[in-house]
Design a protein around this ligand. Structure first.
Ligand code: PEP
Ligand code: MN
Length: 294
């Protein structure tokens, strides 16, 4: 059996038998996925930006206006959150149904697209009612029955890579969605877990190499989330431009009106000004490699 990669994780046989729908049919096979008026997988590198969590109506509307003005096509933000620890201190309370209403209001007032996460099947219809793209979080990447249910709703999907998953397992998860006939699927790299002994930087490490690796075997657009990967504000900008250089088909960024007081992970979001500056640099990097940021 011939191995596709030096890493020997994906074989030609896998492409035919394990993920025939996710696999490229030929060298130039790349899917273009249209969401609202934005196309993923073409020259444009779409931007998704917003807080980790939808905290209040005022903050999400304010953020929607700010990120749209600086070039984002989508507002991100969780109303339902996979928090790493179960405690619900005042600051960590999810806004749930209310948060979905606020996202809907932000969409109405600004016309921006919405991407938000679904955690439980019972909220799937509610989340789908506001989301232009349904986000499947890293922690649910291998919840196969849930992937199938989400795919059946027929909305575009962003499938985040689990921080311990190989490319092979990630494409296996993507295949479950494609198998349901939902072709509007985008992949998102968000950083891998690294062993404690190697943690000279942070909890996660952005796997930039997976971008060209995925493109070698798979036709789906792949975007990068430097905020979750770095967990640390000063590294977000360099990892964003690096992602663009690596060939990312989109960027997801945490942007907050008041980062230090963010309800969740206050070390990772950038503020409106930093976002606007980052977009300016990113446009130059994109243009240098023949791509475009709005
Ligand atoms: C998020 O995007 O808010 C999120 C929880 O990301 P991840 O699933 O990658 O941790
Ligand atoms: Mn998060």
């Amino acid at each position: 059996m011939e191995n596709k990669f030096p890493g020997k994780d994906i074989t030609d046989e896998d492409l035919k038998s394990k993920f025939p729908l996710a696999a490229k049919k030929n060298k130039n096979h790349t899917s273009k996925i249209k969401v609202n008026r934005t196309i993923f997988g073409g020259k444009l590198i779409p931007i998704m930006a917003g807080p980790n969590m939808v905290e209040s109506e005022k903050m999400i509307i304010k953020t929607a206006f700010a990120v749209k003005k600086s070039g984002a096509q989508f507002l991100r933000g969780g109303a339902f959150k996979p928090l790493s620890f179960p405690y619900r201190g005042q600051k960590y309370t999810e806004t749930r149904e209310q948060g979905i209403k606020w996202l809907s209001k932000a969409k109405k007032e600004t016309g921006i697209g919405i991407i938000t996460e679904v955690m439980e099947e019972k909220y799937l219809d509610l989340v789908a009612s506001v989301a232009d793209i349904i986000q499947i979080g890293s922690r649910n990447m291998q919840n196969y029955p849930f992937l199938t249910k989400i795919a059946k709703v027929g909305k575009p999907i962003l499938l985040k890579r689990h921080y311990g998953a190989s490319l092979r397992d990630w494409l296996g998860a993507a295949e479950y969605i494609l198998y349901e006939g939902n072709k509007n699927l985008i992949l998102c790299e968000r950083g891998m877990s690294i062993p404690h002994t190697h943690r000279q930087t942070s909890r996660f490490s952005l796997d930039l190499q997976v971008i060209p690796a995925a493109k070698e075997v798979c036709h789906l657009p792949i975007i990068s989330d430097p905020s979750h990967a770095t967990f640390w504000r000063p590294w977000v900008a360099p990892m964003t431009t690096a992602s663009i250089g690596a060939g990312a088909d989109g960027i997801m960024l945490e942007v907050h009106p008041d980062p230090k007081n963010a309800a969740v992970d206050p070390l990772q979001p950038i503020n409106f000004r930093e976002f606007s500056d980052l977009m300016k640099i990113s446009r130059k990097v994109a243009s240098a490699i023949g791509r475009k940021i709005k």
